[in-house]
Design a binder for this molecule. Structure first.
Ligand code: NAP
Length: 246
């Protein structure tokens, strides 16, 4: 990474000015007029509201044929599905239950995905942003860490082989997208200790130094996090075979 890239990264992503710059001047490229998702199936987690709901709506605007709203509340999912059905009369819109605080629910959801004839798009979007410290009762992990990281990685790992298998029928690779946040830049941890358990500790929000991730130390840190994640996934009954390639 050049000096300019480092300065640019700092200014664009780690400062108040950067936030304003991104809001005002960074836009996704326009979608080509000929793009159609007709015949395709998409799954979006946390899609009863917010960005997930809007993502679903925008895929349906591109003629998506089947949308699976992966949500933790049947009632909220039904309300969202009904609103979308009114707007997109031809699409098949389903509500499937997924509780990202419960590894068993994540595993059951992935198993259910195996029953789909094809999967073209997956958006792992479900997330929480808590002001106060909260623990997920089923795992004992800090809730944001459980939902935004651990269950998201678990679901991605479980879905990848399914997506590979299903892409044959679709004729092209499926796409899996994970929604993240620049709040990751504010993480603070002691890299002399195991990293993941630190996410269960009460917050001490201090500005960190993410350009670290472009250095040798960053490489080592990434390996350490992956290795600890594999161990945690094992404890959540994700097998070595399922983690192949992760
Ligand atoms: N909005 C932003 O400015 C922003 C910025 C950066 C990143 N993000 C990321 O974008 C994603 C969506 O954000 P948003 O602003 O649209 O948030 P939101 O309106 O609060 O929606 C979050 C969604 O995640 C679901 N969810 C939360 N916990 C869950 C669980 N245990 N199991 C299943 N679903 C769960 C929520 O379901 P319930 O309705 O049942 O609670 C809701 O559908 C998040 O991952 C967030 O971190 C957002």
């Amino acid at each position: 990474m050049s000096l300019w890239d480092r300065i640019n990264s700092r200014l664009t992503f780690q400062s108040g000015i950067g936030f304003m710059y991104r809001q005002l001047f960074m836009h996704p490229p326009p979608i080509a007029a000929e793009v159609t998702l007709e015949g395709q199936t998409a799954i979006i987690t946390g899609s009863n509201t917010g960005l997930g709901f809007e993502a679903g709506r925008q895929l349906l605007q591109l003629d998506l044929s089947r949308l699976i709203l992966a949500v933790r509340s049947q009632t909220k999912g039904d309300v969202a599905a009904e609103a979308l059905r009114k707007e997109f009369l031809r699409a098949e819109i389903e509500v499937w239950i997924l509780d990202m605080e419960d590894p068993e629910s994540v595993a059951a959801f992935a198993r259910r995905c195996q029953t789909l004839g094809r999967i073209d798009i997956v958006v792992l979007n479900a997330g929480v942003q808590n002001k106060d410290y909260a623990v997920s009762p089923k795992t004992g992990n800090e809730q944001t860490f459980q939902v935004n990281y651990l269950s998201t990685i678990m679901l991605a790992v479980l879905l990848l082989p399914i997506l590979r298998a299903k892409s044959g029928s679709a004729g092209r690779p499926a796409r899996l997208t994970i929604v993240t946040s620049t709040t990751a830049y504010f993480a603070h941890f002691d890299n002399q200790r195991p990293i993941l358990p630190q996410f269960d500790e009460k917050y001490d929000v201090t500005k960190c130094y993410p350009v670290l991730m472009y250095s040798k130390r960053g490489d080592d840190l990434e390996k350490k996090i992956l290795s600890e994640t594999r161990q945690m996934l094992e404890s959540m009954n994700v097998s070595h075979t399922q983690m192949h390639g992760f």
